[in-house]
Design a protein around this ligand. Structure first.
Ligand SMILES: Nc1ncnc2c1ncn2[C@@H]1O[C@H](COP(=O)(O)OP(=O)(O)OP(=O)(O)O)[C@@H](O)[C@H]1O
Ligand SMILES: CC(=O)N[C@H]1[C@@H]2OC[C@@H](O2)[C@@H](O)[C@@H]1O[C@H](C)C(=O)O
Length: 394
């Protein structure tokens, strides 16, 4: 079955569209990427989305207009990837389903007191009407209704697309926020029960904000980590930051720019004052915070594993997301995980630029086939749930 997956992440850089041929169910699942492309948001909408994510107030009319503008961008992305595929493969057939994550503008994780609240804009009914294709959206709500965080949702798709019979794998996305899926060797009889995942904390969100500020708006990110690589990590500051609540909280846990955003960076800058860091030192230290928070979370929350595999050396991190291109970040991660091989998901057969878009194509496919999409060990939901609202054509 051909399915289009659509995703825009916390960096709000554009809509990732993946046209995927999917077969099988879970253990026999196959997802072949036929076409993938990122379609940037028109600048007007990108700045409005970033403002809303940063807490800007909207009237209900403005909210409805933004929702529809995003849905229109998503529908256009779906139609464009469809056209590109049909132009490249004239005998090909069109996708029959769209799985759209939408654009997260607010995420409040579930707590002991409050049910989680996660809002993705870009309504599926409009995507379906414009693209004339059945669309599934709102994937996080059913998990939240079952007491889960609503995130991360990729772990179950990672399990069936990236498992290995011998290796322990950590599939680590480094987007605006970082998230990991741990996969035990699939030759272990009970491997599916041991899969877990969580949001590790900041990916590039703090770095991007700091680069924008330090360059007075001339740069928006540290390409290849070149600027940070000229600085020196302030280790005491990293240790101080790692003691913060989010990093010590055991999974299930999820987060967003609501925590690791402008306000958080402001506090980091205050903490850094006594150390008199240069801009490059500050970027090196923030880059190391991302690397250390990732490595530290593996050690804290999978302790028996790291003891066993440090000896056997059969563990591998598979990176994906924009941060995997940051060479300095990779270097810092290797420094923090000396006995672990670091590669990319591409090297394991899944395109890292489109892995999340592929995941939402798979989640829509599972919804269509009545297969639950969440992994309770990752989200904290009480049970596996069918994810997504279906918007069929009349
Ligand atoms: N060559 C590069 N060098 C350094 N960093 C890069 C490079 N290319 C991309 N990035 C970083 O990756 C970010 C975008 O990553 P990505 O598209 O994976 O995020 P996202 O999907 O929006 O986020 P999330 O996974 O949290 O939802 C950019 O903001 C930038 O910081
Ligand atoms: C609420 C939300 O949009 N969360 C995103 C974000 O980006 C990374 C991390 O934070 C993860 O929790 C999630 O995305 C992926 C696709 C997920 O649900 O697995």
């Amino acid at each position: 079955m051909k399915v289009i997956g659509l995703m825009s992440g916390t960096s709000v850089d554009g809509i990732d569209a993946a046209l995927v041929e999917i077969t099988g169910k879970t253990l026999d699942l196959r997802a072949e990427l036929l076409a993938g492309e990122t379609y940037p948001y028109p600048e007007q909408w990108r700045s409005q989305i970033l403002a809303v994510c940063g807490g800007a107030k909207l009237s209900m009319l403005e909210l409805a207009e933004l929702d529809d503008a995003i849905a229109t961008c998503f529908a256009r992305a779906a139609m464009a990837i469809q056209e590109r595929y049909l132009a490249d493969f004239p005998g090909g057939t069109a996708a029959t389903l769209i799985g759209s994550h939408g654009q997260t503008v607010f995420h409040r994780p579930t707590t002991d007191r409050l049910m989680g609240y996660s809002l993705q804009l870009g309504r599926g009914e409009l995507i379906a009407a414009i693209s004339q294709t059945t669309t599934i959206d709102n994937f996080r709500a059913a998990d939240i209704a079952a007491g889960g965080q609503g995130a991360p949702l990729v772990p179950k798709t990672d399990a069936y697309l990236l498992g290995d019979p011998i290796e322990h794998r950590y599939v680590q996305n480094i987007g605006g926020i970082g998230n990991v899926t741990y996969l035990p060797p699939t030759s272990q009889p009970d491997w599916e029960q041991k899969v877990c995942g969580w949001d590790t904390g900041p990916g590039n969100s703090l770095l991007d904000l700091a680069v924008t500020q330090l360059s007075e708006g001339k740069l928006t990110f540290d390409r290849d980590g070149a600027w940070a690589a000229t600085g020196k990590v302030c280790e005491p500051l990293v240790s101080q930051w790692l003691a913060q609540e989010y990093f010590c909280t055991p999974p299930p846990k999820s987060t967003g720019r609501e925590l690791f955003g402008a306000e958080y960076l402001k506090n980091c800058l205050v903490d850094a004052v006594p150390y008199q860091l240069t801009p490059a030192d500050l970027l090196a230290t923030l880059t190391d915070l991302t690397a250390s928070s990732i490595a530290d979370s593996y050690r804290q929350f999978l302790p028996q594993l790291s003891a066993a595999t440090d000896v056997m050396g059969s563990q591998r991190v598979l990176l994906c997301g924009g941060g995997s291109r940051n060479l300095y970040l990779r270097q810092r991660l290797q420094h923090r995980l000396p006995h672990t091989q670091i590669a990319t998901t591409d090297e394991a057969g899944v395109n890292g630029d489109y892995k999340e878009a592929i995941a939402f194509a798979v989640l829509a496919y599972w919804r269509h086939h009545h297969i639950p999409g969440n992994l309770p060990a990752a989200t904290g939901a009480k049970k596996p749930m069918l994810l997504g609202d279906v918007h069929p054509l009349e």
